[in-house]
Design a protein around this ligand. Structure first.
Ligand code: CTP
Length: 208
């Protein structure tokens, strides 16, 4: 089994990179775990209080559960993945029955910041896009998909996203084996190279 961690700032296009990797590999053998499903639940807080949580600080993620799940999947066990709602800022009642696969991709802004989780990765990737590009994508996505307004997105960007990016996410780039540029749509060469490295790793893991 091969475990790959993919980090990168908000709006860097991690999802697109994952999708492109899946196209190059046999996607039936790949499981994608998103850090987003592992936001801590705060049932004790009201909606207004939950809205104020700093979602870009590592402590907002249930890394214990995420690390436990990756360990269990590596042991060939099935896990119940939580499902998180960005609308209500809390876990839903649903869970996803998740079975282990040959390749596990763990993606999220903070996945390279946590030492124990990082140690489980056979390959560490960081997706890089310039801050202005990321902000543009974030505005579009939050308004279209997450029910936010422009003012809210910009305030959050200034007060938490940018400082947390500088404090935690950008420095975690140092742990990456490969940095994938994702500024323009033209990152085909990087994806091709990445798929070759992954295929190579799969073979060496199978052989060892
Ligand atoms: N977040 C939020 N509301 C919550 C929980 C998290 O707005 N209730 C935000 C955090 O502020 C964090 C972002 O979700 O910045 C993490 O998701 P992001 O990495 O932007 O999403 P992906 O789709 O994984 O990113 P990409 O554009 O790289 O594909």
């Amino acid at each position: 089994m091969l475990v790959i961690g993919i980090a990168g700032g908000t709006g860097s296009g991690k999802t697109t990179v994952v999708r492109n990797i899946l196209k190059k590999l046999n996607s039936e053998n790949v499981l994608v775990l998103s850090q987003d499903n592992y936001y801590k639940d705060h049932l004790d807080l009201s909606f207004a209080e939950r809205e104020k949580i700093n979602f870009d600080h590592p402590r907002s993620i249930d890394f214990d559960l995420l690390t436990q799940h990756v360990n269990e999947l590596k042991e060939g066990k099935m896990v119940e993945q939580p499902v998180y709602s960005f609308i209500t800022h809390s876990r839903t009642d649903e869970t996803i029955n998740t079975h282990p696969k040959n390749v596990i991709i763990v993606e999220g802004i903070l996945v390279l910041t946590h030492p124990e989780l990082r140690d489980l990765f056979d390959l560490k990737i960081f997706v890089h896009a310039d801050p202005d590009e990321r902000l543009i994508r974030r505005i579009q996505r939050d308004i279209q998909e997450r029910g936010r307004d422009l003012e809210e997105v910009l305030t959050r960007y200034r007060t938490t996203l940018k400082p947390m990016h500088e404090q935690f996410i950008e420095p975690s780039k140092n742990h990456a084996d490969i940095i994938v540029p994702n500024m323009k749509k033209k990152n085909e060469a990087a994806i091709k190279m990445l798929s070759t490295v992954i295929k190579d790793k799969i073979n060496s893991v199978v052989e060892s």
